[in-house]
Design a protein around this ligand. Structure first.
Ligand code: BGC
Length: 391
């Protein structure tokens, strides 16, 4: 409480100074108003991201478009650290949860904030799968399963970074044969592109020298009310999916594709996220809220597969992808027990949501799911776009 009050004082003082100086050159700064914080939207100080890890340079890379929409990305884990987009009054708002320094991203049990997830987004049952009769054992880092690539998935690896222009960053990484238990030397290339229509486009490419499984995604935690605001349960969500993949109590899909109609999982029309989240429902119980893969009716890079709207800022996010699935995670494991977020924010229970575009969880063990197998000679290619507007 004390801390909040203090922060408030400093934040207000800061805002006053900012307004007074009204610096046009303050590219990184713009006032924002959210439901819980009145603060200044900035990207973190790049000095706090400078380090050498495993002989590689880590830093913070800032992309900007002609509307001053700004994305900050660190090559540690390929993480999207900040994304400043205009609200319905034209004020820039940071919609991404994250930290002010590299150190915080390295702490144990960090919740994959903004990370590129690989080699496999979401869970593989018991960390086991087979290719051509050969069994592989992955790290068990989530109860009895493997999650998001294991103990040192891509979220904890240093990518090589090349800023190609003011609005494009290229990240590359070679994951060695056997890393995390996965076969094959895998070369991965990710591009973050900030377009002038206020979209963040993420493209992924990969090749391997041995058959392997691959399911890359981005684990951005969004709060369109502004990162640091209390909840996303007041946001409206629409997902163009008539079915989802129900899970067991370790969050492994049962293999069924269940219709959403008549269940809390029906987001085919806009619905406030909090409307059904508290219902008595076995699937909500297993996920401790929404933590499920939706089967997209029509993956597309031109028609949105999902849209989120904030009643506070009017910010609207449209999601486009060529992937068959979308993991909607309502931030059920966020605890907010520390004020370690950007600008001292505490990221509490359900204070953000993730919309992770992907193939289905545990596909390597589920013959009825689209295959995630990548063979030598094939090129893995996928694109996801998060596009912002405000009403
Ligand atoms: C998973 C959640 C998990 C979260 C980790 C999501 O992709 O579906 O179950 O807790 O990542 O932050």
């Amino acid at each position: 409480m004390m801390r909040l009050t203090k922060n408030h004082f400093y934040i207000t003082a800061w805002a006053l100074i900012f307004n007074y100086s009204c610096s046009q050159s303050a590219d990184k700064k713009a006032t924002i108003a959210t439901d819980s914080l009145s603060t200044v939207a900035t990207v973190p100080d790049s000095a706090a991201f400078k380090a050498t890890i495993a002989g590689k340079q880590v830093g913070l890379f800032v992309l900007k478009n002609k509307n001053n929409v700004t994305a900050a990305i660190t090559n540690y884990g390929g993480r999207l650290v900040s994304l400043l987009v205009p609200d319905n009054k034209g004020k820039l708002t940071d919609v991404i949860l994250g930290y002010d320094s590299l150190k915080s991203y390295q702490k144990p049990r960090e919740p994959y904030f903004g990370a590129i997830i690989g080699r496999y987004g979401n869970r593989i049952a018991k960390g086991k799968f087979s290719i051509d009769g050969k069994a592989y054992q992955l790290d068990i880092n989530d109860g009895v399963n493997t999650l998001h690539g294991g103990f040192k998935g891509f979220y904890a690896q240093v990518f090589d970074a090349k800023q190609l222009s003011t609005n494009e960053l290229e990240l590359t990484y070679v994951s060695k044969d056997g890393e995390g238990g996965y076969p094959g030397n895998l070369s991965v290339k990710v591009h973050y592109i900030l377009t002038d229509d206020n979209a963040l486009k993420i493209t992924y490419e990969a090749t391997t020298d041995k058959p392997t499984v691959l399911n890359l995604t981005n684990h951005a935690y969004f709060n369109l009310n502004g990162a640091g605001s209390k909840t996303i349960t007041d946001n409206q969500l629409q997902i163009n999916a008539d079915r989802f993949t129900p899970v067991d109590n370790t969050l492994i899909p049962t293999g069924k594709l269940q219709p959403v109609k008549g269940t809390p999982f029906d987001f085919t029309a806009f619905k406030t996220i909090g409307t059904d989240i508290g219902q008595t429902d076995d699937q909500l119980k297993n996920g401790k809220g929404y933590d499920h893969n939706f089967v997209l009716n029509k993956p597309s890079l031109t028609a949105a597969v999902a849209t989120v709207k904030s009643p506070v800022t009017g910010i609207v996010m449209d999601v486009y992808t060529d992937e068959p699935g979308l993991q909607f995670y309502s931030g059920n494991f966020l605890t907010g027990d520390k004020h370690d977020g950007k600008h001292g924010a505490a990221y509490g229970y359900r204070s953000a949501l993730c919309l992770e575009t992907q193939h289905f969880p545990d596909a390597p063990n589920q013959p009825s799911f689209a295959s995630t197998l990548l063979k030598p000679g094939q090129i893995y290619k996928t694109t996801t776009i998060y596009k912002f507007s405000a009403k």
